[in-house]
Write a protein that binds this ligand. Structure first.
Ligand code: ZN
Length: 133
């Protein structure tokens, strides 16, 4: 995570966790910077008490995700972009409809064609065996 992003998250986190604290003042002292580093590390949970963990969990769920195709903000849960992109990413409804679903349909179509071809081959093999008898 980049510093700017971590600072934004730290600010949001402080507002929730320490609502009576002055953020501008907190930024002056080391405590804010310490949390920025913790969020940057990717393991802020290690330093959190139960109340902080609840807030952080909520923040993660609400976190705005960007579509892995068009980079628009995704509202709601988003969609799994597999098999076009990795399934830990998310894509918006529009790209899901325009990119991901057609790709899935194509794969299914290719598979069906393959299965049909196999069935045909097997059919002719069976016929040949019958003729041998
Ligand atoms: Zn998109």
């Amino acid at each position: 995570m980049e510093t700017k992003e971590a600072e934004k998250i730290t600010e949001e986190f402080f507002k929730e966790r320490f609502p009576d604290k002055d953020i501008a003042f907190e930024k002056q002292c080391g405590y804010f910077g310490e949390w920025v580093e913790r969020f940057k590390s990717g393991y802020p949970e290690y330093h959190m008490d139960n109340q902080s963990l609840r807030i952080w969990d909520k923040m993660k769920k609400m976190e705005i995700k960007k579509c892995c195709f068009c980079e628009q903000d995704i509202t709601g849960y988003g969609n799994n972009p597999a098999p076009v992109k990795a399934n830990n990413l998310k894509c918006c409804d529009k790209c899901n409809f325009n990119i991901v679903i057609p790709a899935r349909v194509k794969i299914i179509g290719e598979y069906e064609e393959f299965a049909l071809e196999e069935a045909r081959e097997k059919h002719f093999e069976d016929k040949e065996k019958e003729n041998d008898i």
